[in-house]
Design a protein around this ligand. Structure first.
Ligand code: CA
Length: 543
């Protein structure tokens, strides 16, 4: 199904695309609002498949609907328009199930929304509101481990504590002794002591996060039930946490598990989406794509030393960047022809990009432009679009309150208790950036509007135009269903020019600029077949 909604004029994102709720009522009438200032228009062309622009949210820090200082699900619903106006049509909620920790990667009840976030009905309501706007809602699924406060674990520990010395545990009396990895030996450093007993349990991340035994069919069945439960409440898919740790030593069994889990979810919802965390090299990710599950986060392009930030700040050439982009369909696509790449700049486990580039607005824009030109489903970490900062290594500092406004405190959350209090934001708050056409927010919005207008950006077959690709200038085409878009990158500081005649399958006389992203100077120009390209810009062309 193709949903066409609203229209966005190029250059400056002041005309927001209406949300998908107005789907199928193409609004052509406003197409000329800004015609004299732009030369191109962007008509959203949203295809209702599993390619999305995702927005990752740490609920506690996003928007507080009831004034208790903690962000909540109603707050996310209150801010849905913000997310869709930006151009995102997918949301990943970090863990929302009941958990004792602030981060909630340790649930004590797989079937309950954490009370500080709201209720299960709030989740249903949010999912419904998302679907009304054509937004997919996925949640973190943390099944490598539970909380040590989970009743399964507590019951098992009580049972083992009371077990007479020399007696083998009997799973008929306490099935939960088989739900975790208990042992009377400290098998390795990740084994922790069951207090007041001579038993140990595996806990790779923290003693409060005992690893579940995913070889136990009863645990697997429970985890299938958990997926069913949340899909019944309206969840569209899952972000699978810590997949490499399911079995620390056997990636083949992890791949099998993922495959089976996805197949199970598909029996309930054929369109279910799954994106998994394998924090590893491209080679390992290629192997994991053999699970035939849709997506794995592309850690190759992420973080301070990843290709996006490096190319965005001029430390990796545009040529090398596009060669990497063209390589993923070969490597990942070889394992799973239906793969959907999941690139991102940083996430909740990494220092924010604004820290890496010292809030340099040009570098921030260039990095975002590169991300949003990539194939697949890009993931934007909340606050990245306004250049929010983090600090140091403490995870709490990477998950600070969304900086909605300097003047209006409505909805602004308290920071996690362990966060430093002196992190100053060097870019303006969201409200100020939203009214500034030159802000980072407006750049993201324009890049997403271009992406939403041309489905081939996310889905097209990539061809590098070798004659025009060298050092900081790169030209590629992306083709899908006989529709081709040309993307011209200049990641260097100096202007350049490229002659676009001679590209296979493209009639140069029909070419038009279809999108412009300027991280510094503006003013690309197309003269006959020659395109002048300012430094630090990405230009899209169509015929
Ligand atoms: Ca609240």
């Amino acid at each position: 199904m193709i949903l066409i909604c609203g229209i966005l004029t190029g250059c400056g994102a002041k005309n927001a695309a209406p949300s998908n709720v107005e789907a199928e009522t193409a609004v052509q009438s406003s197409a000329t609002d800004d015609a004299e200032s732009t030369g191109y228009t962007l008509v959203p062309n949203i295809i209702d498949d599993n390619y999305r622009n995702y927005y990752e949210i740490f609920v506690a820090s996003f928007y507080d609907s009831d004034g208790d200082g903690c962000g909540d699900l109603k707050g996310v619903e209150d801010k849905l328009d913000y997310i869709t106006d930006l151009g995102c049509n997918g949301i990943w909620l970090m863990p929302v199930m009941s958990a004792p920790s602030y981060h909630k990667y340790d649930t004590d009840d797989y079937y309950l929304i954490d009370p500080s976030y709201g209720t299960n009905d709030d989740f249903k309501s949010l999912a419904g509101a998302c679907h009304d706007k054509g937004v997919k809602l996925i949640i973190d699924m943390v099944i490598n481990h539970s909380s040590s406060e989970h009743p399964w674990f507590k019951e098992a520990c009580d049972y083992l504590r009371d077990l007479p010395e020399g007696t083998e545990p009997d799973s008929a009396k306490c099935p939960y002794v088989e739900y975790y990895h208990f042992s009377q030996e400290k098998i390795n450093a990740s084994y922790c002591e069951v207090p007041d007993s001579d038993w140990y349990y595996e806990a790779v991340f923290n003693y409060t996060q005992p690893d579940l035994n995913l070889d136990n069919p009863d645990v697997v069945k429970e985890m299938y039930n958990v997926a069913d439960y949340w899909m019944d409440l309206g969840c569209d898919g899952f972000r699978m946490d810590a997949v490499m740790h399911f079995d620390e030593t056997d990636s083949a069994s992890n791949i099998d598990f993922l495959h089976d889990y996805y197949e199970h979810c598909k029996t309930k919802d054929p369109d279910v989406y799954m994106v998994s965390e394998v924090w590893a090299s491209g080679k390992d990710i290629t192997t994991y794509y053999k699970s035939l599950t849709p997506s794995f986060f592309n850690f190759d392009v992420a973080d301070a030393e990843g290709k996006l930030i490096k190319a965005g700040r001029g430390k990796l050439s545009a040529e090398k960047f596009v060669r990497a982009c063209a390589e993923y369909p070969e490597s990942y696509g070889d394992s799973n022809p239906d793969y959907i790449d999941a690139p991102f700049i940083t996430n909740h486990d990494m220092g924010r990009v604004a820290n890496v580039v010292q809030s340099n607005l040009t570098d921030l824009k260039m990095t975002a432009g590169l991300l949003l030109s990539m194939n697949g489903s890009p993931f934007i970490y909340y606050g990245e679009e306004i250049g929010m900062k983090s600090k140091g290594k403490a995870d709490e500092n990477k998950r600070l309150h969304m900086n909605w406004s300097e003047k209006d405190t409505a909805g602004v959350c308290n920071d996690p208790a362990g966060a430093d209090k002196d992190i100053t934001q060097s870019l303006p708050a969201a409200d100020e950036q939203m009214s500034d056409p030159d802000s980072l927010y407006s750049y993201y919005k324009e890049a997403l509007a271009i992406r939403n207008a041309y489905p081939e950006i996310a889905r097209g077959d990539i061809q590098i135009i070798e004659d025009l690709t060298t050092d900081n200038t790169a030209v590629i085409t992306k083709t899908r269903n006989d529709s081709t878009i040309i993307i011209v990158y200049n990641t260097g500081d100096d202007p350049t020019a490229v002659d676009l005649s001679g590209i296979n399958g493209v009639s140069p006389e029909d070419l038009k600029i279809a999108g412009e992203l300027y991280a510094a100077e503006t003013g690309a120009g197309l003269h006959n077949t020659e395109l002048s390209v300012p430094g630090r810009s990405i230009i899209y062309l169509k015929q």
